[in-house]
Design a protein around this ligand. Structure first.
Ligand code: NA7
Length: 561
């Protein structure tokens, strides 16, 4: 596709069997939902692409997160690709929220259906990417000791794929098995006959605790921060329900992209929580509680903005917890009080709170009684020892930036992305970072990403990037780079919008608050997927306003550094 390309994919078949050059138009890092669709679009543009994937299979987060009870928290009919009508018409989701094995099966189906595997190199980590300013090409080294070059690099590394091991004294000396929910073994794990400890009470714990409790002799849950959770009301999907979706997909997908703030098709609220009286409000919350799922937060339009409004929803959920959990002390501990509802990602569950009524389940408050150390056969917290045979770390991820930070990325003047992001990620539109030409990030910090139905945001970014590289090819541009000024303005805008909401009040992974020493910055863009898409489209329509385009004749249009 370019003058500097030793081998161009433009006149060749776009499968790896057709060429064996180590020079590509595009290197894609990661074969999750983002990387797979990116490859598919690049094939359509007849560009040569190589996808490097650390795992032995496709699926990204759904490849790694195999813990018991793992499911998506967005309904499957919506948490699925929309780019191929045949695909969305032919795939049968079995349940309202598909379990992880089914989502992984879907990912594999997509890989086979679109014959993606020949261009994916599995079991290979990208170690570094270094930009050659003379050639306008990236040199990419991989864990197999090899190197390739590419005009573009696309980071499809995922927002929640860098499992975080907590730094707890004695962990290495624990004699039983230790599992991390984000990096679960492929072989089934059976906790029958074991005393199990779970550290963490985020979404992964909330999904896995009820399942582990069914097997374990005893389960001790170590909770630092209580979390809000809404019943999932998961159930099998009937053929009729699937059909209703399939018939209405054009409108459902349009709405999710353009109108829903979070990329999920549901009713949009037209009033605030304080506009209704107590009874009316309670009955609306009750109806959503009975319906189940993430849309609980869409009852009113000001729950993320107004603390008094938010308190009404939080109080409702706290009252539900008190009703479900029989022991009042345990119920009180499970009631979240340290953050407004929704400012940490709200969880959805199947019988999470009721699980604490089981005689074999204990909740330990490690906020008041912090973990002191892990012992060879247990855990000491608040001066008390808990005997444990197996330990489950449901301690989350170095979210949004963790997987990018693991790659040594050198842009202009040898600057690394980690140096540039030392005080927090800086991007223009969450898509590119100034000083790193031709390096795209899918659902990067500064874009709606984790605040949305990820597949909606992934498809939007992939389409934007594909259109952008096609535009560059058509106009003979060699490189493209975010301009510093546009980036600064965008970063300021992302922060300004976040500051109008209650989100920054929580110590969430959105803020980087779960990683000691990580800069405290609200990373995703909270302006909504519809407005954000419009901004990205407008930027493209204006000839990629805010991005410097560099042509072959003008090899270094300088971007202020
Ligand atoms: P989360 O939501 O980050 O939850 C991690 C949990 O682990 C949370 O309760 C943390 O408490 C707790 N944690 C983390 N480190 C420690 C240490 N060192 N000691 C005790 N407790 C700790 O991760 P998940 O995997 O559950 O979910 C991630 C996302 O995946 C989720 O939001 C969905 O989008 C899907 P804290 O709250 O920090 O006090």
């Amino acid at each position: 596709m370019s003058a500097v390309q030793p081998v161009s994919g433009s006149s060749q078949s776009a499968t790896s069997q057709a060429y064996d050059s180590r020079a590509y138009d595009v290197v894609v890092v990661g074969a999750g939902f983002a990387g797979m669709y990116m490859l598919h679009r690049l094939r359509g543009l007849r560009m040569t692409a190589r996808v490097f994937e650390q795992g032995d299979g496709v699926g990204g987060t759904w490849y790694w997160n195999r813990y018991p009870g793992a499911r998506c928290d967005v309904e499957s009919m919506q948490y699925s690709y929309s780019f191929s009508d045949e695909l969305q018409q032919e795939w049968d989701w079995s349940e309202r929220y598909a379990p992880q094995p089914e989502i992984l099966k879907y990912a594999n189906h997509v890989a086979d259906r679109f014959n993606l595997r020949p261009d994916i190199q599995f079991h290979t980590r990208v170690e570094s990417a270094v930009f050659d300013e003379t050639a306008n090409r990236w040199s990419v080294t991989t864990s197999d000791g090899k190197a390739v070059t590419a005009k573009f690099v696309v980071l499809a590394t995922g927002c929640l794929s860098n499992a975080r091991m907590p730094d707890i004294k004695g962990l290495a000396g624990f004699k039983g098995q230790v599992y991390h929910t984000g990096n679960w073994p492929h072989a089934p794990v059976d906790f029958t006959g074991l005393r199990v400890g779970v550290i963490g009470t985020g979404s992964s714990a909330i999904q896995s605790v009820p399942v582990i409790a069914e097997q374990a002799t005893h389960l001790t849950v170590f909770q630092r921060t209580a979390n809000f959770s809404i019943p999932a009301r998961n159930a099998p999907l009937s053929a009729d329900e699937r059909e209703r979706f399939r018939k209405n997909y054009p409108e459902i997908r349009r709405f999710a992209r353009e109108e829903a703030r979070n990329g999920i098709y549901t009713e949009l609220p037209d009033r605030g929580a304080l506009d209704d009286g107590d009874n009316e409000r309670r009955s609306k919350y009750e109806a959503r509680w009975q319906r189940g799922g993430l849309t609980f937060m869409s009852v009113y339009n000001n729950l993320a903005l107004d603390k008094a409004a938010n308190d009404t929803a939080a109080d409702f959920v706290r009252a539900k917890i008190a009703q479900i959990v029989k022991d009042p002390d345990t119920a009180r501990l499970l009631q979240p009080n340290s953050h407004p509802i929704g400012t940490k990602r709200i969880c959805i569950d199947t019988d999470y709170f009721a699980t604490f009524n089981r005689p074999n389940v204990t909740l330990v408050d490690i906020k008041s009684n912090p973990i002191e150390e892990i012992l060879p056969h247990g855990l000491r917290a608040g001066g008390k020892d808990y005997e444990i045979d197996a330990l489950v770390l449901a301690t989350g991820f170095d979210a949004m930036t963790g997987s990018v930070a693991k790659i040594e990325i050198h842009g202009r003047n040898g600057q690394t992305l980690n140096q540039k992001w030392a005080e927090g990620p800086k991007t223009y539109l969450g898509l590119m970072s100034a000083g790193f030409p031709n390096l795209f990030i899918i659902t990067g910090p500064g874009s709606p990403s984790v605040l949305s139905n990820m597949i909606v945001s992934i498809e939007q970014h992939v389409d934007w990037i594909a259109d952008c590289v096609a535009y560059m090819r058509a106009h003979g541009f060699e490189a493209m780079e975010a301009e510093r000024e546009a980036e600064d303005k965008w970063v300021a805008h992302v922060n300004e919008v976040a500051a109008t909401t209650l989100y920054p009040q929580a110590n969430s992974w959105y803020m980087g608050a779960n990683i000691p020493g990580k800069p405290r910055i609200f990373m995703p863009y909270i302006g909504g997927v519809g407005p954000y898409r419009q901004i990205c489209n407008d930027v493209a329509a204006e000839g990629y306003e805010g991005f410097a385009m560099i042509s072959a004749e003008q090899p270094r249009k300088m971007v202020a550094s």
